[in-house]
Ligand binder design. Structure first.
Ligand code: XUL
Ligand code: CO
Length: 436
């Protein structure tokens, strides 16, 4: 059997003092945190498209990252070799999950039928590899954005022919996800958006997108797929305006079309920041509305206005995300998928391990901090205290809908001016910094 990563064994846990780049400093899969192993809290996943199809190419130049197994030849055979490399990587890294798009795991053929055959041939090997390693599919998804046929969108394309083609592609990929036991199926709105409103019937396109998603939800039931359907918001790129702008927009859209019970959200950090939010805002909002399903873990660059898809390295942000996660009692069938790519200049084979180790350690560290914050309860009791006026008297009456404007006017006239309530932001920030 070919070894694709010779010289690299299973990544060990060596603790925070270790300076070994190929060891975990914080992520210890079996360590229990608040009664659950880190493995089960974090449910880490490798994104096939970045880890095994990313070459470091950018608009100014071709790829810089050359993998020794990428020898060309028959594209289906090459795809199968790549699958073996990917499973060796994930086994050594110790990630329990991975995700892929139909077109990054198997080559697109000249016709839809040929593409489906290619996918079936590769999936046969994927299935064997899953059984051999125990590594599972976090989510399957269809690439409805690379092929030029999708240049004006997929379900929001002005041409109904393209809509039908996209539906056929998703149908197949949902079947593949079911066959592989994929725990979720994700819709990222690739080119579902517009470049100019001058050529766009926005309401009609949104109606079409809802039709498409409704058909997917119906097909899920028809084939008995029990996984979660996820929508991944993003505000811009590749189109100027993406319809799935952010968590709030997608929740509003789903409710508008009566689809809110069929989907949850897969939130990506860099997409949230492109929308002008912190990632904490995005996960908090979705979680509070019961819509947080999964996370595409990465980060952007505060100095750059595009989707840089860097590995998550910010411990403070990880702690805030993990706090939301603990508050909602875990991600259910979701996980933390590293939708993150190596920098174009990171060309060593071991960089792929080191990047994922860094991301896993950052999130594990965030988890440990969030657990400590939760156990000590200081932050939670400060928060509870801030809203204490809602626990009795007039607050309870308002929340229970037992009062009205006239009664509140009487109350305000009798009680006079409210006392100043300090926001204590610096105190909260100091407290958080104390845990880092
Ligand atoms: C694009 C993006 C996608 C989705 C899956 O920005 O995040 O890779 O995660 O299609
Ligand atoms: Co993503």
């Amino acid at each position: 059997m070919t070894e694709f990563f010779p010289g690299i064994g299973n990544i060990p846990f060596e603790g925070p003092e270790s300076r070994n780049p190929l060891a975990f400093k914080y992520y210890r899969a079996d360590q229990k945190v608040l009664g659950k192993t880190m493995r089960d809290h974090l449910r880490f996943s490798v994104a096939y498209w970045h880890a095994f199809r990313g070459t470091g190419g950018d608009p100014f130049g071709p790829g810089t990252i050359v993998r020794p197994w990428e020898k060309g030849g028959d594209p289906v055979e090459m795809a199968i070799v790549r699958v073996r490399a990917a499973f060796e990587f994930m086994r050594k890294l110790g990630t329990p999950f991975y995700c892929f798009h139909d077109r990054d795991i198997a080559p697109e053929g000249k016709t839809l039928a040929e593409s489906n055959r290619n996918l079936d041939a590769v999936i046969k090997v994927v299935k064997e590899q899953q059984a051999e390693t125990g590594i599972k599919l976090l989510f399957g998804t269809a690439n409805l954005f690379s092929n030029p046929r999708y240049m004006n969108g997929a379900s929001t394309n002005p041409d109904a022919h393209v809509f039908a083609f996209a539906a056929a592609q998703v149908k197949k990929m949902m079947e593949v996800t079911l066959e592989l036991g994929g725990e979720n199926y994700t819709f990222w709105g690739g080119r579902e958006g517009y470049q100019t409103l001058l050529n766009t019937d926005m309401r009609r396109e949104l109606n079409h997108m809802a039709k498409f998603l409704g058909m997917a939800a119906a097909y899920k039931k028809e084939i008995g797929y029990a996984g979660t359907l996820l929508i991944e918001p993003k505000p811009k790129e590749p189109t100027k305006h993406q319809y799935d702008f952010d968590a709030a927009t997608v929740i509003g859209f789903l409710r508008q079309y009566g689809l809110e019970r069929e989907f949850k959200l897969n939130l990506e950090c860099n997409h949230g920041t492109l929308a002008g939010h912190t990632f904490h805002h995005e996960v908090e909002l979705a979680s509070r509305y019961g819509m947080l399903g999964s996370v595409d873990a990465n980060s952007g660059d505060t100095m750059l206005g595009w989707d840089t898809d860097q590995f998550p390295m910010d411990v403070k942000e990880a702690a805030m995300t993990m706090r939301v996660l603990l508050n909602q009692g875990g991600l259910g069938s979701g996980g933390f998928n590293f939708d993150a790519k190596l920098r174009r200049e990171s060309t060593d084979l071991e960089d792929l391990f080191i990047a994922h180790i860094g991301g896993m350690d950052t999130l594990a560290r965030g988890l440990l901090i969030a657990a400590k914050i939760r156990e000590e309860g200081v932050l939670d009791s400060m928060l509870q205290d801030r809203y204490s006026s809602w626990e009795s008297g007039i607050g309870v009456e308002i929340e229970r809908g037992k009062t009205d404007f006239k009664a509140l006017e009487r109350w305000a006239l009798a009680e006079g001016e409210p006392k100043s309530l300090s926001g204590r932001q610096e105190r909260y920030e100091n407290l958080l910094n104390g845990y880092l």
